[in-house]
Design a protein around this ligand. Structure first.
Ligand code: DQA
Length: 145
């Protein structure tokens, strides 16, 4: 089982970006935790980060031959990028939406996700562990177990 984890804009700043909201771990540390959990679950995980909407869309377009499941934290694009939602629909890979913070307990604009309707499910509010929970969910999506 192959999972492609896409981190969206500003997540490269994790560690110093509002640690009271997003935690103290850097993206490198999170990616290492993802790699460790993926190996425990026998998942082949690849992680990428892009700040640009077009770069995220281009990565989604080339995902089908290299991934069985997408795990995506679209950052602020979550709240308005119909283009990313369309890309997920277009390639037809099952996708899991991830957020470090609980977007439903924050500012009103964060309570809407235009990505959620094209995903199998969403995991939000568990800090970096949201990604690790998403790996488990990806296994369930791909294998039914
Ligand atoms: C986020 C939540 C978004 O609202 C925000 O713009 C982010 C991070 C999260 O992981 O909690 O960049 O996706």
């Amino acid at each position: 089982m192959r999972a492609l984890v896409i981190h969206g804009p500003n997540l490269n700043l994790l560690g110093t970006r509002q640690p009271e909201i997003y935690g103290a771990q850097t993206l490198g540390e999170i990616d290492r935790a993802i790699a460790a959990r993926a190996s425990e679950l026998a998942i082949e995980a690849r992680t990428v980060q892009f700040n640009g909407e077009g770069e995220i869309i281009a990565q989604i377009h080339v995902a089908p031959p290299i991934a069985d499941v997408l795990i995506i934290n679209p950052g602020a694009y979550t709240h308005y990028s119909h283009a990313i939602a369309d890309a997920i629909s277009a390639v037809g890979l099952p996708a899991i939406e991830v957020h470090l913070s609980n977007i439903f307990s924050r500012e009103p604009f964060r309570r809407t996700s235009v990505i959620a309707p094209v995903c199998v499910g969403s995991i939000a509010g568990f800090g970096a562990d949201s990604y690790l929970l998403a790996l488990r969910a990806a296994l369930f999506v791909a294998t039914g177990k």
